[in-house]
Each structure stands twice: as structure tokens, then as C-alpha cells.
Design a protein around this ligand. Structure first.
Ligand code: ARG
Length: 566
């Protein structure tokens, strides 16, 4: 039970439980100003009920209430302010945090599966900053889901099918050079892709060639298949390097091509249910006609040349995931610009009678720009993620060498801080907001950055190392000062943060919390001599130990390392 509940219950008790518990809980405030207590009850909301002045009611509460757990309960005008017994509370909480393996995690989702579609880059292109968001948001949501007891299945739905591969093959046939490709596969393939898109603007025949190659690929032509396989293998090898650096893993790499033989039965099912219409040789689902009150566009299921579409493959994959994973929720971590696609997909599934479509959620996110510029592969101005991670690592290494020149595993720490900066930056704002990316700003040890949280954690660990002692759980803790109390009360809210982050599918809830917690600790550190050998030492070390655990746990939920020194 949390304190809001305790306070509400005690107040209700004063009035013989006249009121609805939840109604009281809802109005209880947590004042920003600690001199107004940890909780405040606005007695004026009961004024009408009793036909009495709020001050009178406030006084009545103070004299009638059970004071246990509180150091002080006092009337303050129309409010009743509650002051928690700090040391008693800190003693319980900090010892609990330090002795529990994963304080803050819960079992809400026990025995339930959550499928998460994340990253899902297109092969034969470098993984761009554009795929960074999906990867890191998806990974963080997976970890947060697990912290809430769910079992997660992470699927990398590779974009390994579609007309662009026909175009790619056509380009290779015209200008491809095996030696160049083998030396620097993905970059060479991109060059070919950019070239053919450019040339096709003046030579439309190239587009037809591309279409013809894609048809061959769909029909299983050997040459086309071999080339496609080659493109895929070299791409995956390069993607894997980035995933390793970000610490991201997948349970399935079933991409679009995996569904090639799974679409026919799905299309047939739609036909059997009377959802499919022929239109100029193509097969469509006429959503405007089937759902006249909604605003969905027509879904192209099969083109007149028989080629299937992105939506067809996603419909097949949604059904496959449902049959295979029996999910409680199926999440798609994909840019907000694909919202209509997923709305359309869910509408079609519902029309087909699949109620579980309601458990599908599009986890959209805003556009990422780099120094104000959009990125597009077709135009050739992509920023490869691997290059960004390298640059971030260099910036981190520079700061580490200034701050801590003797650090032993400096290279590894620089990698963890550089990647941590990139990942944290991506997660700290509400995911639907657009973010701009400026490397210099995000790899800073001060400010709203990942390295700032990592540095705070390392600072806490260094204090603990210097103390050369372990905490003693036998003696009672004494922590009464405001600065320590700010940290203690924030640590107490961590379990609620973990829950909320999942409920909102919002890693930023954790990231923002970690920034605030770090801020509180740094101001404590600035005002308090922690390592003085007096009767409060053990209590302060408990506080630092608990804080370091929560910082590490929170960073890990976001997929960010928490090095012990930096
Ligand atoms: N490959 C797509 C792209 O890069 C994203 C795929 C998202 N997942 C899905 N099931 N549609 O735009």
C-alpha cells in the first residue's frame, strides 16, 4: 500500500468511513515544497458535505487521526499536511532496495506474451538513424514489459521483399561490380540503388526492368533468388554489428519474405469472407465501401501482375503471430508516418472477424533529424548508424581521458558511454515527439543526457569504493535532512515508474525519472559530506547503495550500460 492510500484511509477513519476511499485518494496532493509535508489533504473538498469551514474540518482531522507512521500531522489553513517519519520510512525502503534483486519489478503480466515488432530495417541499405528509434524504443519497451512480468517475443520484420529488390537487381545487372561489392557491400549496394533511382527519372524503362526482375524473384527464378540472397547475407552481417553495439537481440528474424508462402491462404480467407473485390485486374479490399463511416483508403492486396503488397505481408504476419504466439498484446514499433497502414490492417482484420485485432498496437514515434536535416536513402543522404556510434564513442573517449586519465578499460567505457548517449537521447522525450540529433550536445556529462546519469551512477559507485566498507543492515537508519529525503521519496516511487512506463509504452517515463533522481543526488552530494565517520555514515552509505542500484536498474531498462567508473 502506498502512502496516498494510507493517508486516505486514516482520514476516512476519522469520519467513520463515510467517504469513498478512491475519492479521497484522488484529491491527496504531494506538495513540491517540503515544508508543506509529504502529502497534503485539501479539507475544503469536505466543506460542503459537513456545512463547516475547511479550517474546522482540518482541525478535526488532525485531532482525530491516528498519527502512527507520521512524524507530524498538522492543519495548515484549509489543508492538512502529513509529514512522514523519515528515518523509519528510509530504514524500511533502503534495506528493501538493497536486499531485493530487482526492486521495482512486478508480476502483473505473468504468463502473458507480448510480441514486439522492432527495428525492421530494409536490407541492401545501411541501417540508418531512421531505424535507430524503432530499435531502441522497441528494445526498451521489451525490457520494461519484462520488468512487469510479461514474456516478450522480439521480431525483426526485415524489409527483405518488395519491388525495390527488383530495381536493385536491375541496377546490379547494369553496373554491378563484384569486387567493389565484396569489399564494401552495403555502401556499394546503396550506390547502385541511388544510381538507378536517379537514372530512372530520365529513363522509365529501368523501372519496368526492375518490376520484371521482382516478378522473377516472386516466381522463384534461380538467378534472381541467388542475388537476393547475397544482398541479404551481406546486409545482415552489417546490421548485426550495430545490434551488438546496442546490445539488442531478437527472438525472430522473420522478415517480409518469410510470408511469401503464407499469403495465399490469407488472401483466400478474405475472398471466402466476401471482402475481396476485383478492380482492373487487381484484388482490393474496398474499405471505403465496406466501412463507409470511417476514413480508410482502399487496400491493395494483389496488384494486377499478381505481386503482393506491404499490407498483404503485414496481414499475413499479424495472423501468423496470433496463431503462433497467442499474444496478449502485439506491438509494432514503427514511425508515426505508418499510422494509416496499421489502422488499415486492424480494420481489415476486424472485418474478417478477428477480434484480437484490438490487441494490436502501433507504437508510433516522431521523426528523427540530424542537425535539422531529414534522411532519405533514395536521395543518398543517409547517416549510417555505425558512423554515429563511432563518433559518439570518440567524443566520450575524449571526455573520459580528461576526467579520468588512468581509467583501465577506457575503450570499453567509451563505447558504453557513446552508445548510451545515443540511446538515451532517443528515449528521453515522449516518443511521439520529433527529435533532432546533435552529437556534441548529447555526449555531455552534464545536462539532460545519458552520460549524466551514467556519471552520477559512477560517482555513487566511487563513493562506495572509497568507503571501503559494506552497509550494516542491523542498525536502524537515520536520515532526516531534506536533501536525503528528496532522494528517498523518489526511490520509493520507482515501482510506480516501472508500471507507468509499461502502461504508456513509454520509455521516457523511466528516462525522465533517472534525470530527476540524478539531479537530486548531485545536489545531495554537493551539500553533504558522505564519507565522514560519524553515527550517520551507515545510513548515508545505504542511501548511496540504494541509489546506485536504482540508477543501474533504470539505465538497464532503457538498454543503457551503467559502468562502475568513467
Ligand atoms: N521495413 C519497414 C520500413 O523500414 C518497417 C517495417 C515495420 N514493421 C511492420 N510489421 N510493418 O519502413
Amino acid at each position: 500500500m502506498d502512502f496516498t492510500q494510507i493517508v486516505a484511509k486514516k482520514i476516512n477513519h476519522v469520519f467513520e468511513d463515510t467517504f469513498e476511499q478512491q475519492h479521497l485518494e484522488k484529491v491527496i496532493e504531494q506538495p513540491k515544497d517540503l515544508s508543506k509535508g509529504d502529502y497534503a489533504f485539501p479539507a475544503f473538498i469536505l466543506a460542503k458535505h459537513f456545512h463547516q469551514a475547511p479550517q474546522v474540518i482540518a482541525n478535526k482531522i488532525v485531532s482525530g487521526i491516528d498519527h502512527s507512521n507520521f512524524a507530524k500531522i498538522e492543519a495548515n489553513g484549509p489543508y492538512v499536511n502529513f509529514f512522514i517519519q523519515r528515518s523509519q520510512f528510509a530504514d524500511q525502503l533502503l534495506k528493501d532496495i538493497v536486499s531485493t534483486a530487482h526492486f521495482g519489478q512486478n508480476q502483473d503480466g505473468i504468463d502473458q506474451n507480448v510480441v514486439i515488432d522492432l527495428s525492421s530495417p530494409n536490407i541492401a541499405k545501411p541501417m540508418s538513424m531512421g531505424h535507430l528509434r524503432s530499435t531502441v524504443i522497441g528494445e526498451a519497451i521489451s525490457k520494461i514489459a519484462q520488468a512487469n512480468g510479461y514474456h516478450t517475443i522480439k521480431i525483426n520484420f526485415l524489409g527483405d521483399w518488395g519491388t525495390q529488390f527488383g530495381l536493385m537487381i536491375a541496377a546490379y545487372k547494369h553496373w554491378g561490380d563484384d569486387d567493389l561489392i565484396n569489399a564494401d557491400p552495403v555502401n556499394e549496394l546503396v550506390k547502385l540503388y541511388v544510381k538507378i533511382n536517379h537514372e530512372a527519372e530520365s529513363n522509365p524503362d529501368l523501372k519496368d526492368e526492375g518490376r520484371a526482375w521482382f516478378k522473377k524473384l516472386e516466381d522463384g527464378d534461380q538467378q534472381a533468388t541467388e542475388l537476393w540472397n547475397w544482398f541479404k547475407t551481406v546486409s545482415l552481417k552489417e546490421f548485426q554489428k550495430v545490434y551488438d553495439r546496442l546490445g539488442v537481440t531478437f527472438d525472430s528474424m522473420d522478415g517480409e519474405a518469410f510470408y511469401n508462402d503464407k499469403m495465399a491462404p490469407v488472401v483466400k480467407m478474405f475472398a471466402d469472407k466476401g471482402l475481396l473485390t476485383k478492380s482492373q485486374g487487381a484484388e482490393i479490399i474496398d474499405l471505403p465501401k465496406l466501412l463507409p463511416d470511417e476514413n480508410y483508403p482502399i487496400a491493395m492486396i494483389k496488384r494486377s501482375d499478381g505481386a503482393t503488397q506491404y499490407i498483404t505481408r503485414d496481414l499475413a504476419s499479424a495472423i501468423y503471430r496470433h496463431d503462433h504466439y497467442r499474444f496478449a498484446k502485439s506491438l509494432y514499433v514503427v514511425g508515426a508516418e505508418q499510422k494509416d497502414h496499421f489502422d488499415q490492417m486492424k480494420a481489415i482484420l476486424r472485418l474478417a472477424g478477428d477480434d484480437w485485432a484490438d490487441d494490436i498496437e502501433h507504437i508510433g514515434f516522431g521523426l528523427i533529424t540530424m542537425n535539422g536535416k531529414k534522411m532519405s536513402t533514395r536521395k543518398g543522404n543517409v547517416v549510417a548508424l555505425a558512423d554515429v556510434l563511432d563518433a559518439a564513442k570518440r567524443l566520450a573517449a575524449k571526455q573520459i581521458s580528461e576526467k579520468n586519465p588512468d581509467l583501465k578499460n577506457a575503450d570499453q567505457v567509451a563505447e558504453e558511454v557513446g552508445a548510451g548517449a545515443v540511446v538515451f537521447n532517443d528515449l528521453q522525450k515522449d516518443r511521439h515527439l520529433a527529435i533532432d540529433f546533435n552529437l556534441e550536445e548529447i555526449v555531455q556529462f552534464e545536462g539532460d543526457t545519458g552520460p549524466y546519469v551514467q556519471y552520477t551512477h559512477a560517482r555513487a559507485m566511487s563513493i562506495l569504493r572509497k568507503s571501503k566498507q559494506t552497509v550494516d543492515s542491523q542498525t536502524g537508519l537515520i536520515l532526516e535532512d531534506d536533501e536525503a529525503w528528496m532522494i528517498v521519496s523518489k526511490l520509493a516511487s520507482y515501482p510506480g515508474i516501472v508500471r507507468r512506463a509499461w502502461q504508456l509504452r513509454e520509455p521516457s517515463v523511466v528516462a525522465k525519472y533517472l534525470l530527476l533522481l540524478s539531479r537530486d543526488f548531485n545536489s545531495y552530494y554537493a551539500h553533504t559530506k558522505i564519507l565522514v565517520d560519524d553515527s550517520g555514515l551507515n545510513s548515508r552509505l545505504y542511501l548511496v547503495t540504494a541509489l546506485s542500484k536504482i540508477l543501474e536498474d533504470g539505465l538497464n531498462l532503457l538498454g543503457v550500460h551503467a559502468p562502475d567508473q568513467m
